[in-house]
Ligand binder design. Structure first.
Ligand SMILES: [Zn+2]
Length: 412
């Protein structure tokens, strides 16, 4: 927190103190956290970071809340896995998977919520709240429980049963809304005006919340020996995560922790909710909201708050944005599982399947060092695999039956 200068409007550059604000008073533009990069460059080193805990708080100097008293379930410092078998299938050279299925509640949302609720407590906000497609609900309910805060999460009523159960178990309030995520998000924006002492993590403390995603960039750079990759592939829901990964890489250069190196940033969407991919394909100068219909519910945001910013970053860095259909998403999940032993939720299937598509089109190249972000655990969306995977055979408990079943299989 010591290095935060304040909040700055991304559109008109107006400055604000670091309070519970999320939009510019003049132009309603989004607000970003600004740091004293001069001081960071003098005081933060690879060694000072390496001496920190093995979670996101090792990067506390580059986060907008204090590590002392952090709301912390241990999010972050997840494995960066060298994925040679997946890379070979896709015709890629050096491929890495950032395996964020390993977080406390099974998704990258633990990173952003840890930062958001830490800041919320610093600001004296009493109740943790959010609008969620599921993963955020899990993370808010769990972190609030650990912090002894009350929580109220709002979700679309058609959410996967697993995500509802794995939120409600933490004992907070779960309000299911008959509407899609965009309806739920609008409701929370309205409510946040009526409940000023609640921390709606992705509304009134959004500038702080979003900063948590920078750790996805910090960790990759540190795990690659303090170097930057050539190309990263990131799922797009609101677009926020992609914008913060870009900010994270640029900040590492700014404070002198890595050598400057161009990082191409590509995005992945589900065809059933692909407003940013469509704008990219159409070379459009605006993003047209859509009504989502996809099994990748954690990415089903039809009116993405940071969609335009994400699109600009992809264009600036020379990346691409692809979209994949529901069958391709399932194939993406299975491909990652059978090549690397990592079980991703549908959003991970979107990202892996999009990587495959971009690689086949030559947009991700075999001479690049590539990182694909897998951001949620497959146990959250098992419903998508029902009737798709199951036993190879069901047999009687006898050797004869076993031989009969195994005879037809090409086994060593
Ligand atoms: Zn402004």
């Amino acid at each position: 927190m010591g290095y935060v200068r304040g909040l700055t409007c991304r559109s008109c550059a107006a400055s604000y103190p670091p309070e519970a604000l999320h939009a510019c008073e003049f132009c309603f533009g989004p607000l970003d956290v600004e740091y004293d990069y001069e001081a960071l460059r003098s005081n933060v080193s690879r060694a000072s970071i390496a001496a920190g805990p093995f979670n996101i708080w090792r990067y506390a100097d580059l986060l907008p809340a204090s590590a002392a008293g952090a709301v912390n379930l241990g999010a972050g410092f997840t494995p960066l896995v060298r994925a040679d078998r997946l890379g070979a299938e896709l015709g890629l050279g050096e491929l890495w998977v950032k395996d964020d299925t390993r977080n406390p509640t099974g998704s990258f949302k633990d990173r952003v919520v840890s930062v958001a609720l830490t800041k919320a407590r610093e600001l004296g906000l009493k109740v943790a709240a959010c609008a969620s497609t599921g993963n955020l609900a899990n993370a808010v309910a769990a972190h609030a429980a650990q912090a002894g805060m009350e929580s109220v999460v709002f979700i679309p009523s058609d959410l996967e049963a697993v995500k509802v159960l794995t939120t409600a178990v933490f004992g907070g309030q779960v309000i299911a809304v008959d509407g899609n995520y965009d309806d739920v998000n609008r409701l929370c924006s309205e409510l946040s005006g009526e409940r000023p002492d609640w921390a709606f993590v992705n509304v009134n403390v959004r500038p702080y919340y979003s900063e948590g995603s920078k750790t996805l960039a910090f960790e990759v750079a540190e795990q690659l020996g303090w170097t930057l990759p050539d190309h990263v592939v990131v799922p797009i829901a609101s677009g926020c995560q992609l914008t913060r990964i870009d900010k994270g890489f640029r900040e590492l250069v700014e404070v002198g922790l890595v050598e400057p190196h161009p990082v191409r940033i590509s995005g992945a969407q589900a065809e059933g909710c692909s407003p940013v991919a469509k704008a990219f394909a159409d070379r459009a100068d605006a993003i047209r909201p859509v009504r989502p219909s996809t099994i990748a519910k954690s990415l089903a945001i039809g009116d993405p708050a940071d969609g335009w910013h994400a699109l600009e970053i992809v264009r600036r860095t020379g990346g691409a944005i692809g979209a994949v259909n529901d069958d391709e998403i399932i194939e993406g999940i299975r491909l990652l599982a059978r090549t690397e032993g990592i079980f991703a939720e549908t959003a991970g299937g979107v990202t892996v399947a999009t990587l495959a598509k971009l690689a086949a089109a030559g947009l991700v190249r075999d001479d690049e060092r590539v990182v694909v972000y897998v951001t949620g655990n497959g146990l959250k969306t098992v419903e998508s695999l029902v009737d798709r995977v199951g036993p190879t055979a069901t047999i009687a408990p006898s050797l004869d039956a076993a031989f009969e079943a195994l005879d037809g299989l090409a086994l060593a």
